[in-house]
Design a protein around this ligand. Structure first.
Ligand code: ATP
Length: 326
């Protein structure tokens, strides 16, 4: 195996709070172990268009507490083509980079897997996404912060919901999974969560509303994951409004505010541990793995496993929400 002298680091896909803490950890752990580090700007775009800058320890000073990513992030169509990846490889080699640490979600890790296979490059991934949808790790960098942001927002909406005796449908991110909706609902004491993993029929929805809004409460909050399978908060609210025109129904879409903000202590700790572990993994000769944390232990998850799209939710949580919302 070729010796690694220089490690490139990039952030790609949707930004997530804690990405900066991860960049800091990767950079510092690499330099501590005698490697050179180069920062690649705007995800894979920076490889294709040669936006690569040398990184010293000072480049990552004072960023652990900042949301977003100092390396910027982008979606790069060119990297999904063989020509784009060849250009990326040529630029990477010209910059003297021998191995990559990529921080992002399932798309980013999919790109990493293809690139690593095509060019025999050691690549290690860090799970950086608010969605928590990567397999083999208990959590992803950014998920805890997003959950806390959702909880704060719902707390505020609850004040107006109860003052006006309204039924609120709050849409949260999660196109293919309901982690944010489910745990956001639990954390904020919402009456229900509607998630893509367990499609809620309109009959179930009516029963749910009857159970909460009519039976014992005069205001209710339901979290809905943004998904074609759930219909989103607008779709759900429209159905309820048609059936119950007398309800004062409102929709709030939390949108991009879920991505921002200073990372929580948990996300800074995950990012720091995983960032350091990515350098350990490269030194051990690991490649094509995502760093995860399972039962508080660092684990290496092959890319092919991490990007499976069926990370299971815990169905008992839906039941807990229901029981606690009486
Ligand atoms: P999030 O989960 O926050 O959306 P993500 O990493 O899944 O983040 P994507 O936009 O899906 O975000 O992917 C990021 C980038 O990874 C893409 O813009 C593209 O450059 C690269 N990528 C994704 N899929 C592939 C693929 N099949 N082949 C090569 N590159 C890919």
């Amino acid at each position: 195996m070729a010796k690694i002298n220089c490690i490139g680091v990039l952030t790609s896909g949707g930004d997530a709070p804690g990405m900066n803490a991860a960049i800091r950890a990767v950079t510092r752990a690499a330099i501590f172990n005698g490697f050179q580090v180069k920062g690649i700007m705007r995800g894979y775009r920076g490889l294709v268009y040669n936006e690569i800058v040398p990184f010293q320890t000072q480049n990552v000073s004072n960023i652990i507490q900042q949301g977003g990513t100092i390396l910027k992030t982008a979606r790069c169509k060119e990297f999904a083509t063989p020509e784009g990846r060849k250009q990326a490889y040529d630029n990477m080699r010209a910059a003297g980079i021998d191995a990559l640490v990529v921080i992002g979600g399932d798309g980013t890790l999919t790109g990493a897997r293809v690139f690593a296979e095509e060019f025999d490059v050691p690549v290690v991934g860090l799970p950086g996404t608010i969605d928590n949808d990567l397999y083999g790790t208990d959590t992803t960098i950014g998920y805890d912060t997003a959950l806390n942001t959702i909880m704060d927002a719902v707390d505020k909406i609850r004040d107006t919901a109860s003052s006006h005796e309204r039924l609120f449908f709050i849409e949260v991110m999660g196109r293919s999974n309901g982690f944010l909706a489910l745990n956001g609902a639990l954390a904020s004491g919402a009456e229900a969560a509607i998630i893509p993993e367990m499609v809620t029929t309109m009959e179930q929805l009516d029963e749910l509303i009857d159970h909460g809004f009519r039976k014992s409460k005069n205001s209710s909050i339901v979290l809905v994951a943004e998904s074609e399978l759930t219909g989103g908060a607008m779709g759900v609210a429209q159905h309820v409004k048609e059936k119950n025109p007398h309800y004062d129904t409102r929709v709030t879409i939390l949108g991009h505010l879920q991505r921002g903000g200073s990372p929580t202590a948990a996300d800074r700790i995950y990012a720091s541990r995983m960032g350091r572990a990515s350098i350990d993994a490269l030194m051990e000769g690991q490649r094509n793995v995502m760093i995860g944390i399972k039962n508080d232990q660092i684990v290496y998850v092959p890319f092919t496993k991490a990007i499976r799209d069926d990370k299971p939710i815990n169905p008992a949580l839906l039941d807990t929400i229901k029981i606690l919302s009486i």
